[in-house]
Ligand binder design. Structure first.
Ligand SMILES: Nc1nc2c([nH]c(=O)n2[C@@H]2O[C@H](COP(=O)(O)OP(=O)(O)OP(=O)(O)O)[C@@H](O)[C@H]2O)c(=O)[nH]1
Length: 141
């Protein structure tokens, strides 16, 4: 059994007017051009909520209200286990300014599964649909 360091990554499922924000990773880095929920790695001494507020400020220049915490999803790569910690959130500021992502889209829940998501996010999506009481199998081919 090999133990890898656990990296917690709080991420935001941002809701607005029945839509959800999806963010496309930039071309250069890891998981290039895959879609994800904005967020990032927890730093030493931070709570999950503090991390999420910091990351959303850094990546989208927004303030958020943080709601329910959904189940975590773990993904192993060669050197570490990434633990996605999703929170359902809303915006409390108006203007979004992208600093890291290629683009963002506001999509209805039904549209979300058609993006090319980072692998672990498929599980986050499934948990989000369960949370919303939406039957994903009724519309995903
Ligand atoms: N923010 C975010 N990260 C995700 C999601 N899904 C997923 O696998 N990740 C992974 O979780 C890590 C988050 O790290 P980060 O956002 O601070 O950024 P990074 O690109 O500098 O990370 P890396 O270069 O170490 O991979 C990345 O490895 C990213 O690929 C997601 O939905 N949101």
């Amino acid at each position: 059994m090999i133990f890898k360091p656990l990296v917690k990554v709080p991420c935001a499922i941002l809701e607005r007017g029945g839509k959800v924000l999806a963010a496309q990773r930039s071309e250069g880095g890891s998981l290039a051009l895959k879609w994800e929920f904005p967020g990032g790695k927890l730093e030493e001494g931070e709570t999950e909520e503090e991390c999420l507020r910091r990351e959303l400020q850094e990546e989208l220049s927004v303030e958020i209200a943080i709601g329910d915490r959904l189940p975590v999803t773990d993904r192993d790569d060669d050197t570490r286990t990434i633990r996605l910690v999703p929170f359902v959130c809303s915006l409390t500021s108006d203007t979004i300014v992208l600093t890291e992502h290629e683009q963002i889209l506001w999509l209805t829940p039904e549209e979300l599964p058609y993006l090319d998501w980072a692998e672990a996010d498929r599980y986050v999506l499934r948990d989000y649909f369960a949370y919303k009481g939406i039957d994903m199998d009724s519309f995903v081919p």
